[in-house]
Design a protein around this ligand. Structure first.
Ligand code: ADP
Ligand code: MG
Ligand code: MG
Length: 193
């Protein structure tokens, strides 16, 4: 269940993890993309941090909405609007429920509506979809998240920039899947489940 406290904690931990892994995320994006995923996410989370510090939202919906707006407007790459849409859909649903399962399911649906990717196309979806399922089943743990991230290694990308390199995308972890992995491991660390 999301609360103001654990949602802020989650975003703070996610920001710190993204800043720490910025170079690694851009390295993952180098052989199969344009090498900017770490920089994109770093810029976005820095903006999220600044906006939350300045605005000090007092409800979960406000926190999720501010996060969405910053990611959509500051990230630049394909990942910004996709993550931003996920947070926007979570923000919309948060007036009805603060339960993590339905919120993440709404976020996943938003990413799919926006990016039209299905499971197996080597994107964020390959982490979000199994995580949503595991939350619903009550089985989410760090090992499940890491397995989902790792599963993208053997996939051939058929969406986004990585699809341009065709078969050569096989053998590399998807950068957006890796950053999504951080989103969910920090979610567990923040104790929102
Ligand atoms: P860009 O590709 O514009 O440089 P980023 O490098 O920040 O943007 O983000 C790339 C990541 O975005 C990919 O690793 C992938 O996970 C994700 N992505 C790209 N296109 C899609 C899509 N259509 N649906 C879901 N995720 C996508
Ligand atoms: Mg990129
Ligand atoms: Mg780019």
């Amino acid at each position: 269940m999301l609360t103001v406290e654990n949602t802020l904690k989650w975003l703070e931990l996610f920001d710190a993890k993204i800043q720490a892994e910025k170079d690694y995320l851009s390295e993952l994006d180098t052989p199969i993309g344009d090498g900017d995923h770490g920089n994109n996410m770093s810029r976005g989370l820095l903006a999220v941090h600044d906006a939350l510090t300045k605005q000090q939202p007092t409800d979960v919906q406000g926190i999720l909405k501010t996060t969405a707006m910053m990611l959509i407007s500051k990230v630049g790459g394909a990942s910004g609007p996709l993550y931003g849409t996920a947070f926007l859909e979570m923000a919309k649903l948060s007036s009805t429920t603060l339960e993590v399962g339905p919120l993440l399911a709404a976020g996943l649906e938003g990413i799919q509506k926006r990016g039209h990717a299905q499971v197996g196309e080597k994107t964020l979806i390959d982490v979000w979809a199994p995580v949503v399922k595991a939350v619903e089943d009550g089985t989410l743990d760090v090992a499940a998240i890491e397995a989902a991230v790792e599963s993208t290694k053997d996939m051939q990308a058929t969406k986004g920039r990585a699809s341009y390199v065709g078969e050569r995308s096989i053998g590399h972890v998807d950068p957006g899947a890796a950053s999504s992995g951080y989103l969910f491991t920090t979610m567990l660390m923040a104790g929102v489940l």
